[in-house]
Ligand binder design. Structure first.
Ligand SMILES: [Zn+2]
Length: 190
């Protein structure tokens, strides 16, 4: 029998990041939320696809360019159908392309609500390995997440790591942003 339990935590965002940019109706920088709808424009053989964002204060919208003037034959037909059907997974994929969004906006607000879903085996053992699944990247820091999972302060998390009580695989800095499939071995005795 293994002496190492594995607990899996899945990080599930409850919303997509907001973007901050100029609203032509409000005449100032405001927050825009993702409407979860694509706009598809076909002009003969070329297609443009945008993801529509809406100002939180008014009816103003901003179209986030996804594909510009692409030959219709070059778009995968399954993907094309997903654009036409406002497929949620496809929308979220683009709504979490934060570096790309930043090029179009004043700022991207990644401070979004998320849920931590835990699956574990309730055996008692000397140490536990935590596996974190995070399908969408929104810049969540590892130390912030661990503080939340263990219900301790961020400085305590850093102290435990310094004392070798928390081992990260791969061995990255706690202040880095979370990566998918990160594993953390938690030694017993704290
Ligand atoms: Zn507005």
């Amino acid at each position: 029998m293994s002496s190492n339990n594995i607990e899996t935590y899945e990080i599930i965002p409850q919303e997509t990041p907001y973007v901050i940019r100029n609203c032509s109706k409000c005449k100032r920088n405001t927050e825009f939320y993702c409407s979860e709808k694509f706009r598809v424009n076909a002009n003969q053989k070329t297609v443009d696809i945008w993801l529509i964002y809406s100002c939180i204060h008014c009816e103003g919208t901003w179209n986030y360019p996804i594909l510009s003037r692409i030959n219709v034959n070059k778009i995968d037909s399954v993907l094309h159908q997903k654009f036409m059907n406002n497929d949620k997974e496809t929308i979220w994929f683009y709504a979490f392309q934060i570096n790309k969004l930043r090029k179009h906006c004043h700022q991207v607000n990644t401070n979004i609500r998320y849920e931590i879903r835990k699956e574990s085996l309730d055996q008692k053992s000397k140490q536990v390995t935590i596996k974190i699944c995070c399908k969408y990247d929104f810049g969540l820091r590892i130390d912030k997440l661990l503080a939340e999972i263990f219900n301790i302060s961020r400085s305590k998390v850093i102290k435990l790591a310094q004392e070798g009580m928390l081992l990260l695989h791969p061995d990255i800095n706690l202040k880095n942003k979370l990566i998918d499939d990160l594993q953390i071995t938690v030694m017993s005795g704290w």
